[in-house]
Design a protein around this ligand. Structure first.
Ligand SMILES: [Zn+2]
Length: 294
């Protein structure tokens, strides 16, 4: 299929002519059967495993590992921070610093079914500082102070733009799995690959919005037809939606960003309801080796 579409686009001669091959949908590199057997491809989870995804398709090892460290780790840390703020008991233990009277103690914070659990970690603290911290804490506990100056900070590090790229990449791969080569090889999709190759460049404006839905496990693809000015491919990961160019008369990235920018509120929530054709969430594996040229 890749061969057919690539041929139509005048890209056919970059492919191995007399062999089967698998092309990585993320970087478009074509790998022959020997390379496939040698393990150049790996299962890719969509969305990434750390974000609750499951195996959907094959990408090349390089793409998979680059996205793991460059994007997915940021998205996972961002999710940890968000869930911590919401008080979700997800089993994650986050590094934290506690302060009493300005005296720090390093440790961990975690939400459990019993509530928030905070622990100091002795080896991360100077014993004298730790003793002073505990002494100050006990003094407040003993005195029954109504509003003691106690605070804590949870440390998660993530880059917002890279976390977003992780979701955008997941949406791109899901759309590929559902819609195939003829969808992702169109010109309007090229900026997505460019952006993933150059994460620090500002190539595509981000248009990723939150819905008020609580169904965080919901995954679906909606081919948006109404309203007409928002026609696109909406890839929905629970409360997060990523909007990719549509199939017919596609708007490019900038046009989509403008159109969605006009329809959202200050909290990044979409103010209109999108309607169109629902597509089943794609299953793995949908695409495998392309045949030799005919
Ligand atoms: Zn690749």
């Amino acid at each position: 299929m890749f061969r057919v579409v690539a041929g139509r686009l005048g890209m056919g001669d970059v492919l191995p002519a007399n062999e089967e091959f698998y092309a990585c949908p993320s970087c478009l590199m074509a790998y022959n059967r020997a390379a496939v057997i040698a393990g150049v491809l790996t299962e890719e989870h969509v969305p990434p495993k750390a974000l609750g995804g499951r195996s959907m398709l094959l990408t090349c090892t390089q793409c998979n590992s680059i996205s793991g460290s460059s994007f997915d780790a940021h998205a996972a840390n961002r999710l940890d921070a968000e869930e911590f703020m919401r008080g979700t008991a997800n089993g994650r233990v986050l590094p934290a610093t506690f302060h009493v009277d300005g005296i720090p103690l390093r440790g961990t914070a975690q939400w459990t079914v019993d509530g928030l659990q905070l622990f100091g970690v002795p080896r991360q603290n100077d014993p004298r500082v730790q003793a002073a911290h505990l002494q100050a804490l006990n003094a407040y506990v003993d005195s029954g102070h109504p509003n003691p100056p106690i605070s804590f900070t949870v440390h998660t590090r993530f880059d917002e733009a890279r976390a977003r790229l992780s979701w955008i990449r997941a949406a791109y791969l899901a759309a590929f799995t559902a819609l195939g080569w003829s969808y992702i090889l169109r010109e309007v999709m090229e900026p997505f690959r460019d952006q993933l190759r150059q994460p620090d460049a500002k190539i595509i404006p981000t248009y990723m919005l939150r819905s008020s839905s609580d169904a965080t496990a919901e995954r679906r693809i909606l081919l948006v037809e109404h309203p007409d000015e928002l026609r696109c491919v909406a890839v929905i990961f629970g409360e997060l939606s990523v909007f990719l160019p549509g199939i017919f008369r596609p708007l490019n990235c900038e046009q989509l960003a403008d159109a969605f920018g006009r329809c959202r509120d200050a909290n990044d929530q979409l103010q209109v309801s999108l309607q169109g054709k629902e597509m089943p969430w794609p299953q793995w594996p949908t695409y495998f080796l392309d045949g030799p040229a005919e």
